[in-house]
Design a protein around this ligand. Sequence first.
Ligand SMILES: C[C@H](NC(=O)[C@@H](N)CCCCN)C(=O)O
Length: 476
Amino acid sequence: MKEIIRKKMAASPVLRWTVLGLVSFTMLTGYVIADVMAPLKTLLEQQLGWDSSDYGLFTSGYGWLNIFLLMLIFGGMILDKKGVRYAGVLSVGLMIGGTLLKYWAITADLGGAVSSFSIGGHSLFSVKSQVLYATLGFAVFGVGVEMIGITANKAVVKWFRGRSLALALGINVAAGRIGTAIAMFGSLPLARMTGNPGAPLAVCLLLLCIGLLSFLVFCVLDRREDRETETLPGTEKEEEFKLSDIVKIAKIKAFWYITILCVLFYSAVFPFLKYATELMIQKFHVSPGFAGAIPALLPFGNILLTPLFGSIYDRRGHGATIMLIGSALLVCVYTLFAIPALTANWMAVVLVLVLGAALSLVPSAMWPSVTKIVPYRMLGTSYSMIFWIQNWGLAFVPLLIGVVLKNHCIAGTVVIDGVVSTRYDYTLPMLIFAGFGALSIVFALLLRREDARKGYGLEKPNDELQTNSTTKTQIP
Ligand SMILES: C[C@H](NC(=O)[C@@H](N)CCCCN)C(=O)O
């Protein structure tokens, strides 16, 4: 065990909250684009001649480079080596580049061109060139937006550690949720109004450029603060991140518990949203025109609740318990969703709201808790390792649910909007999500036990730890 002296806290509260506003706004602009195409599936099929598998390929592109080329991990290492300013500008640059490519692909007239891939004369697969370029654009964007996620977290920790950290991280997550809500509600009306599925992307590009400006202003403030802090007496430079630090992170048991909890928890929430509209129509008999509005309540609840729970963690502690309660709520929600006899509309609304509470509880405690388990200099890499594993879940759980629905849940046909469609029984998928929730409980309990053993302080208020640790912090 080794001790290093921490840098002094960024002094002015006004400056700190300004910094949070600037960074969170950039995060918001990224999250809008991440979700902006989701409401346009039908429009893409009607206007551009895409089919469901084109759309599926395009959506899956988000994680390709992050998962298979380990871009997320490299992003975390760049963040720890080069710092938040460099990593942030790089992330926004990638988001802009990726979105430009996607916008060009969606709006250009490629004359129905098809790209084919073959090895040794054997055709592997062919795909519409427009879909391919849009997917590549989304893949580059995906690297940028995941990297801005970890960069924003690290920047917030840099400015807020020891002082309302969980509240600040909660506000940052809430900004992301505002972005998601804007995308869910604004995208389709705008595309319909203009008759152009590229129009929401054009607006998003503009928004992202403002996000870049916002981040550049943050960079100026951050650099000035760094210079001032370096000259303070008694301030020692923090140790630099080394490649061998990855091994150190991998040896921390609590890090793995929180990582597994993360992948299980998020896999039970975000993939659910991809099927939630259909669930509302088929199980709860909500009209198709209104069905999307119920799952869309989820990010709205988060906007208020994530900072609220973060603030509770700051003042009262109980971080591991908060994660435990959030996981338990998942089990309750999905078990009730699974019961075939429960089909009342109001029940669906209540369950989505409770799910929203769970999605506020766990992130509000999870991201600040990582800072108590790993040292600051390794934080970017730690967050990126957690996000990387989480991305596997986000990419493959929707696929798993799709396969389960197709093979085990077909229950006849149903007429929706005058069209005969397959009727699915959602009991099994809901039980699978409940199973993820049950496993999350196990890992939340393991985390709490490990915390009790090692004394990370997950159950202690963050603000109380500040008085103990603004000057010194334990490093494994
Ligand atoms: C902060 C956290 N972010 C993530 O988990 C990202 N890896 C996923 C971003 C998904 C964007 N639609 C969160 O949003 O809670």
